[in-house]
Design a protein around this ligand. Structure first.
Ligand SMILES: NC(=O)c1ccc[n+]([C@@H]2O[C@H](COP(=O)([O-])OP(=O)(O)OC[C@H]3O[C@@H](n4cnc5c(N)ncnc54)[C@H](O)[C@@H]3O)[C@@H](O)[C@H]2O)c1
Length: 498
């Protein structure tokens, strides 16, 4: 920007061609200025007007000029003043405008900021929403993946189990499981690991149905007295095209020593050549399969919603039965009783931790059973102790503890008031004190036995008819139950090891 010297007389840019005042011409001559130079803001929009004004003033005569000379000075001055004023005004206006503009700008800016903020806020909200959605979707995906994995694993397990089953059957049918001369021997730990309760429950159902349909057979067991007052038992069974037997000793003097009272094996034989092929610890098989048989009976006789369980006798069978009942009914409360209080307390402490379920101990059999939906009697009691007046309508009882014609746990009144089921009807008629004693007392007739569990499972025998009746399953223990476990264990090992 240049700031040209102004005429000292009129304070304007006087020049030769158009002096603004009388002395302007002189001044212009002195200074040699021939053009008006004005300082204007180049950026201003008014500058254009100034420039056009400049062009006009340079090229065309001013309307107040005559022959290139100003005519009415006052007017001109006024005009100039007005012009100044105008310019000032304009300037002011401009400033104002600028301000205004700025203001608007500012407003815009503010709005923009607000807008930005708002946008940011909105964006943030959007972002959070999206993020939430993403996270949810990820969770869902994870969940689906887990479920698929679970299903896959379960599917694999099932497939594996089925493959093994068909391999086992193939092994049995084609004798390749038994083709090796090496005997398979499975001790207690291995039996416990392989013969899980759910597997055993299914095996028991199969054995009981096959016994009912005569696909399985078992001759009468023989129990021989041996010197010293001990027992030696032989319990054979045929199942499809294989056979085996539980061979067991009962040495009651072993109680309190390192030896258990019952020891032996379930022995399996090759049905083509009769060669012994394997054997598995029978104490463990008996312990597991007895609970599993009761579970098979409970699954068809107890009420569907049976949730209160009473365990009478807190020994090995107490443990096996608790696990078995949990497999087949929605048990929520357990109450146990043992003639030895410490045995009941130890049972409650240990098993409640194992199965994560609340187990109470009772001070009497009556207290334990009075509210129970399922009752398991698991004692070697010589006298009947379970009375009908303590039993709730609709309860189911598994009577397991005794298995001789002269011993029983349930009173005659209770048997008479109940619907009676057997593991095998013929065995019940010959060996079960629970049935034989009330029959001898005339409290029941032969028709009192409804039938076998195999019969109920195969649909030939009616099960529970209503929610009021009391059902009793009397378990004697059958060789076919042991032999089917022996077959499963030996063939499973043969199919995986050979
Ligand atoms: N039916 C079958 O197939 C079969 C199979 C296995 C065992 N059993 C029988 O089941 C019973 C239990 O077997 P286990 O291996 O659990 O024996 P166990 O010795 O381990 O336990 C028996 C428990 O019953 C308790 N008891 C004894 N008399 C009692 C009574 N009158 N009232 C309350 N509690 C009493 C004992 O203190 C002990 O804790 C035995 O009589 C056994 O012969 C039957």
């Amino acid at each position: 920007m240049t700031d040209e010297p102004r005429c000292p007389h009129c304070k304007r840019h006087c020049e030769l061609s158009s002096p603004h005042c009388k002395k302007g011409e002189e001044y212009a001559k002195e200074t040699g200025y021939s053009k008006i130079q004005k300082t204007v803001k180049p950026e201003s929009p008014d500058r254009k007007a100034d420039e056009s004004e400049k062009v006009e003033m340079n090229g065309k005569p001013d309307k107040h000029e005559k022959n290139g000379k100003p005519d009415k000075h006052k007017k001109h001055d006024r005009h100039d003043k007005n012009e100044k004023h105008d310019k000032f005004d304009k300037h002011d206006k401009h400033d104002e405008h600028d301000k205004h503009e700025n203001h608007e700008e500012h407003d815009k800016h503010e709005n923009h900021k607000e807008h930005d903020k708002h946008d940011k806020h909105e964006n943030h909200k959007e972002y959070k929403k999206e993020h939430r959605e993403e996270r949810r979707e990820e969770h869902r995906k994870e969940h689906r993946k887990e479920r698929r994995k679970d299903h896959k694993e379960k599917g694999h397990e099932m497939k594996h189990e089925k493959d093994r089953e068909s391999k086992m059957n193939k092994g049995i049918n084609e004798k390749d499981a038994f083709s090796d001369s090496k005997m398979i021997i499975m001790e207690a730990d291995e039996v416990r690991e392989k013969l899980t309760m759910p597997v055993c429950i299914e095996l028991m159902k199969e054995a009981l149905i096959k016994l009912e349909t005569k696909e399985a057979q078992q001759p009468l067991r023989s129990i021989s007295q041996i010197p010293g007052g001990n027992l030696f038992g032989f319990m054979p069974a045929w199942l499809d095209d294989y056979f085996g037997a539980k061979v067991i000793t009962a040495f009651h003097g072993n109680r309190g020593t390192k030896y258990p009272s019952h020891m032996g094996y379930v022995m399996m034989f090759d049905s083509k050549h009769g060669a012994p092929v394997g054997m598995a610890d029978c104490s463990t098989i008996t312990e597991i399969r007895t609970g599993a048989v009761s579970a098979a009976a409970t699954s068809v006789l107890a009420k569907d919603d049976a949730s209160k369980l009473a365990i009478i006798g807190c020994g090995a069978q107490g443990r096996s039965h608790l696990e078995a009942m949990l497999c087949v009914r929605p048990v929520k409360e357990v109450i146990c009783y043992d003639i030895i209080q410490e045995a009941a307390e130890a049972f409650a402490k240990e098993q409640s931790m194992k199965f994560n379920i609340n187990i109470k101990t009772a001070g009497s059999v009556e207290e334990a059973v009075k509210d129970a939906d399922i009752i398991c009697t698991l004692t070697p009691s010589k006298e009947p102790y379970m009375r009908v007046e303590w039993i709730k309508a609709g309860a189911h009882i598994n009577a397991v503890g005794t298995f001789s014609p002269v011993t029983r746990e349930l009173t005659s009144d209770l048997i008479a008031a109940s619907k009676l089921y057997a593991d095998q009807v013929e065995a019940m008629e010959k060996e079960a004190g629970e049935y034989i004693i009330p029959l001898q007392e005339g409290r029941i007739t032969r028709e009192h036995i409804i039938g076998s569990i195999g019969g109920v499972l195969s649909g030939k025998v009616p099960g529970r008819q209503n929610d009021m009746e009391i059902t009793v399953f009397d378990a004697l223990g059958l060789a076919v139950e042991d032999v089917i476990c022996g077959r499963y264990l030996v063939c499973r090992k043969a199919s995986t090891e050979r």
